[in-house]
Design a protein around this ligand. Sequence first.
Ligand code: G16
Length: 585
Amino acid sequence: MSFNIHTVPTSAFDGQKPGTSGLRKRVKVFQQPHYTENFIQAILDAIPESGGAKGATLVVGGDGRFYSEEVLNAIVKISAANGVSKLIIGHKGILSTPAASNLIRKRKATGGILLTASHNPGGPDADFGIKYNVANGGPAPESVTDKIYEVSKTITAYKKAELPEIDFSHIKTHTFGHFIVEVVDSVNDYVMLMKEIFDFNQIKAFFDKRPDFKILFDGMNGVTGPYGHRLFVQELDLPISSVMRYVPLHDFGGAHPDPNLTYAHDLVARVKSEKLAFGAASDGDGDRNMIISHDAFVTPSDSVAIIAAHAEHAIPYFRKHGVKGLARSMPTSQALDLVAKKKGLEYFEVPTGWKFFGNLMDASRCSICGEESFGTGSDHIREKDGLWAILGKFWFIYNLILGLLVEGLRVEAGVLISSWLNILAHVNESQPGASVHDILQAHYKVYGRNFFSRYDYEEVDSDGANKMVEHLRSLIASSGFVGKKYGEFTVATADDFSYKDPIDGSVSTKQGIRIIFADGSRIVIRLSGTGSHGATVRLYVEKYSSDPSEYTADTQKALKPLINQALLISRLTELTGREEPTVIT
Ligand code: G16
């Protein structure tokens, strides 16, 4: 069947500049006539491969949030009109971000269009988002997002094919002449990948022997629910009570699908009241993760450091492929650097945004990376991966418990026993007393502790936020700033972070104000690139301690003096009018 193609006149909209991870706006903004179509056309025009959209194969899917179906059909029609050969679309339009990244790589697609605003709330009055991923499966680099933005500023028309609306609730292939739309199972390929990375039989054997060991996974009504249900309930045979909020809802049931202690409070409450050993949550699109237990919360910065410290011994994928290098985003605590130094690994500090890890991974210079924003991942795909991190942490935690038992709380990389079955047998013989809390403490004993916290001030007036950034820029450039004393802290260096990609040489500037003190403590202030309304100010504070008597200290108490100085230096309250943060993580 062939189809007619129409050229639809349009005019450009302001502000279609992709942020940290795609274009995120209120649904009502995307619902304006031509707004979404313009952006899709801009994406197709910016496809970096020679030939652009012509002959391309694109993976399409998202977190199933409100307005997804309308946008899926727009993508089908505009893609067909632009000469795209094939769209591979998740069943009902569902693909978690890591699953989409995997599918792009596995099917050797040209790229993918992901419909998600990630952890931002969904529903008619909340947010929608569209982002483009390139052929390596990762978010488009700035060279591509800049091109998308340029096209969006001058667009005068988009192309649209006359095609029937597609029902994405059937797994089937639709053929329209040379244009094919393949609706695929959303979960299968991703589960197969997880089974290549982890040994499910061994995890299952562990649960069979330890029915008392209860876990709880919270899908937060986002896209990860069906993946979590399949992995934990169907593959690992755990009871249905091991998963909560596992049905994706258009509006996430009114919840804010961001896995942190504030927004995942239902999970936190259950893990505490039921004294669960392991609780985990993922966000709207499945790339973030949070790990807790009834006795501990693992900060994302510690989490990636601990994974890196033990990956080669505890996770089969890394036993096979090795660990080539490590990377973190600039605001993420330096705990990961300490692991890299001890292991003699190369490590990188990149700007906020998963897209900055892709080149390093493609060049085999980074195997594990993470961000303070609850993102952890590896080179198995090119997105952060919530369930991978959860399975990974679960996996090594129990390797570690054995390490702890065997080594009497003296855990060092390299002392772990590599046979999982032996470990499990051992764990099951002698009920482990070690908990997530013990594992953290054991890590601090080897590496010291990087206290870390982030204060978010959401929906701040943009003018005030910009004034604060300008004030900080001129302050750090002023003579006498370096060497100045703020309470107990003396400024050692300060900059507005910039990054030169070591692979392609591209430079990203103005990535956040960073003030480092003589004792190694840091404050970082930047404006979020993922908000959809006003500005979100992020204030990050970090303090290192190698004093064992401080390792069990409360994070907020330990950081209080530094936070006070950060508020003073930034004049945050005065310039933004905000007394209290919206969220503390
Ligand atoms: C995105 C990016 C992450 C980034 C996070 C927060 O995550 O992929 O790399 O750390 O946003 O960015 P910002 O501080 O600019 O808001 P997600 O999970 O929202 O896609």
